[in-house]
Write a protein that binds this ligand. Structure first.
Ligand SMILES: [Zn+2]
Length: 68
């Protein structure tokens, strides 16, 4: 039996436009793809499930000491 392999639909992180569909192993290295619709840059990392990240920024929104 040949059932279609597991594919992951990769969508734009900003507008959710479908960018492409890939099998989990299709991504061997980090990919940066620019959304043709909203121009957001999506960064894809090789993982089981292609996780979409936006610009990596250390968001520390809880441990900021209120000092000057
Ligand atoms: Zn987009």
């Amino acid at each position: 039996m040949m059932s279609s392999p597991e594919t992951a639909a990769v969508r734009c992180c900003a507008c959710h436009r479908l960018l492409f569909v890939a099998e989990p192993d299709a991504v061997a290295a980090a990919i940066r793809i620019k959304c043709p619709r909203c121009k957001a840059v999506n960064i894809l990392r090789p993982h089981r499930a292609p996780a979409i990240e936006r610009d990596q920024r250390p968001t520390d929104h809880r441990g900021k000491a209120p000092g000057e």
